[in-house]
Ligand binder design. Structure first.
Ligand code: GLN
Length: 543
């Protein structure tokens, strides 16, 4: 059992399964399932050169993919993967790739495509090899398939270890080497016991230690940061009060104490009392060395006269960089004089694993690899412009792992479970021009909506919720008098990946209660609507 070696990147410190991505929409599920089993899995494009890896995986999984292995331009794995001497599991395209490598005639276009459920029968027997793969599983199980091609013949040295209604090669295994192929997808939840099968591969066959936990990751990451930064080095970072930047900041605090300098910019479009709240959370509760810059007036002045959403976003993004850069110079001076360490040499960025995967993912036979785009351009300016080195402690973690890490760091549950909030704040929740009056209205209405959601115990069931201001006004009657007020648009969605979303199904009484409070408590509002648009076609934010 490999113990985590302190001071190293996760793939070196933890037993890792390398998942090579052939472009399947399910590839990320393979890494997810393995991580749920406390095994680190890293996903890299199928074109990765094995010689470029800086660690040795305990096993390799070849994912599914949309191509046909025999077509011109179809992606193929670096043959060196078979020389690594570690177990290999091919899933769908991955299995076809293994067979095709042995001989291209082994893979043919099937007459019957197979999509959806299929019944699998494992040919268990006296072969220890097969039994390890199907350990603890019934002989027959429902699996999920999605393929048009199939094996026409077994690659040399392999035998069939499972059949399905439609595939005589539903699972294959090499007779002597730990190489396996599955025609079905164990990573999707529709495959019964699929996770157990992946576990059998990763734990039973590859002998991975199941020690990928956030507590261990934390120890190891603290050691790595200390190594990287050195005993004197200082680090600068922007925080927003959101989950990612807060977890990253607390991690830095644990690693290097006050040699980490966090900066919060009040851009005037934060939520009601949010700036004060974030300051309390980060400074008092988490003990982070935080500087708050109140630039709200500058932002609100600059937003005057801007109606176009893109212009608003651009202005806020650009202004943020200017304000941050100007303050960074002062902080760097303060840091240098503080006697806490040498001058600032690093910039903290809360990049998460999905962004990393997105920038690396295999996009087509030409393998277009996009360089990582950082939101807002701030890291770009700090690293290139100011010559700081980038630190990204969360870059191997999924969002729910970041939340778990936050809990491990003692960050309170309410903060850990916070909904995402856009960088340009409520400026994109006020349609058209942002004025101080509309900011006040948006803040008050949002505060009522969110507090009622919390009171009703619905907050964690919703992925994102807010109140927006529609500046076109409507006529109403209040106290027998004609009023002419703004319209509030409530929005609440559920989603797993923020790529698609549905409006949350609130009880009618709940919406009535929120409407009632908003029209009564927020001056200048006479109507409340609930936006039921799904994404697509709607986006989650309004602008
Ligand atoms: N494109 C291949 C087929 O249709 C592989 C599909 C897959 O990996 N899901 O058989």
């Amino acid at each position: 059992m490999a113990a985590a070696t302190l001071g190293e990147v996760p793939t070196k410190a933890f037993d890792t399964i390398l998942t090579l991505d052939f472009g399947s929409q399910y590839t990320h599920l393979i890494t997810r399932r393995l991580r749920e089993l406390n095994i680190l899995s890293e996903m890299l494009p199928c074109t990765t050169k094995i010689a470029d890896l800086d660690y040795k995986p305990k096993g390799v999984i070849l994912s599914g993919g949309p191509y046909s292995v025999y077509e011109d331009g179809a992606p193929h794995v670096d043959p060196a993967v078979f020389e690594l001497g570690v177990p290999i599991l091919g899933i769908c395209y991955g299995m076809q790739e293994i067979a095709w490598r042995a001989s291209p005639e082994n893979v043919i276009a099937g007459v019957h495509r197979e999509y959806g459920h299929s019944n699998l029968k494992a040919l268990k027997g006296d072969d220890a090899h097969v039994d390890r793969l199907f350990d603890g599983l019934e002989d027959s199980m429902r699996v999920w398939m999605s393929h048009g091609d199939k094996l026409g013949a077994l690659p040399e040295g392999f035998h069939t270890v499972a059949v399905s209604d439609n595939s005589e090669y539903a699972a294959i295994a090499h007779k002597t080497k730990p190489i396996y192929g599955l025609q079905f997808h164990p990573e999707v939840t529709h495959s019964q016991n699929g996770t157990q099968l992946l576990k059998n591969f990763a734990v039973g066959i590859c002998e991975c230690a199941q020690n990928w936990t956030m507590a261990r990751f934390l120890d190891q990451e603290i050691a790595r940061i200390r190594d990287l930064v050195g005993p004197e080095g200082q680090v600068l970072g922007a925080v927003s009060g959101g989950v990612d930047s807060t977890v990253a900041a607390k991690l830095m605090k644990e690693a290097i104490g006050d040699r980490f300098w966090a900066v919060l910019v009040n851009n005037g479009v934060m939520r009601l009392d949010e700036c004060e709240q974030v300051e309390r959370d980060l400074k008092q509760h988490l003990g982070i060395n935080l500087t708050v810059i109140d630039a709200s007036k500058d932002f609100l002045d600059g937003l005057k006269g801007l109606h176009d959403p893109e212009q608003k976003r651009k202005f806020i993004g650009g202004k943020f960089i200017d304000v941050f850069e100007a303050e960074a110079a002062k902080i760097e001076e303060a840091a240098e004089k503080s006697g806490k360490g040498t001058k600032i040499g690093f910039f903290l960025q809360g990049t998460l694993y999905p962004d990393v995967i997105e920038s690396l993912s295999f996009k087509g036979p030409s393998a277009t690899i996009k360089t990582h785009h950082n939101v807002g351009g701030l890291p770009e300016r700090m690293t290139n412009g100011q010559g700081l080195q980038l630190i990204e402690p969360l870059r191997s973690l999924y969002k729910d792992e970041v939340r778990e890490l936050g809990r491990t760091l003692g960050i309170h549950e309410e903060l850990v479970m916070r909904h995402p909030f856009p960088g340009p704040g409520i400026a994109v929740r006020i349609l058209g021009e942002v004025t101080e009056e509309k900011v006040r209205i948006a803040r008050q209405a949002d505060h009522i909506f969110i507090s009622e959601i919390r009171k009703a115990g619905l907050y964690d069931q919703i992925s994102q919720a807010y109140a927006a201001v529609d500046p076109s006004r409507a006529v109403g009657v209040m106290g027998d008098k004609r009023v002419y007020g703004y319209i509030i648009i409530l929005r609440a969605v559920t989603t797993t990946d923020f790529m698609t979303a549905e409006a949350f199904n609130f009880p009618w009484e709940f919406l009535q209660r929120v409407m009632n409070r908003i029209v009564n408590e927020v001056n200048g509002v006479c109507r409340v609507t609930y936006d039921i648009t799904s994404k697509p076609p709607g986006t989650i934010e309004l602008e």
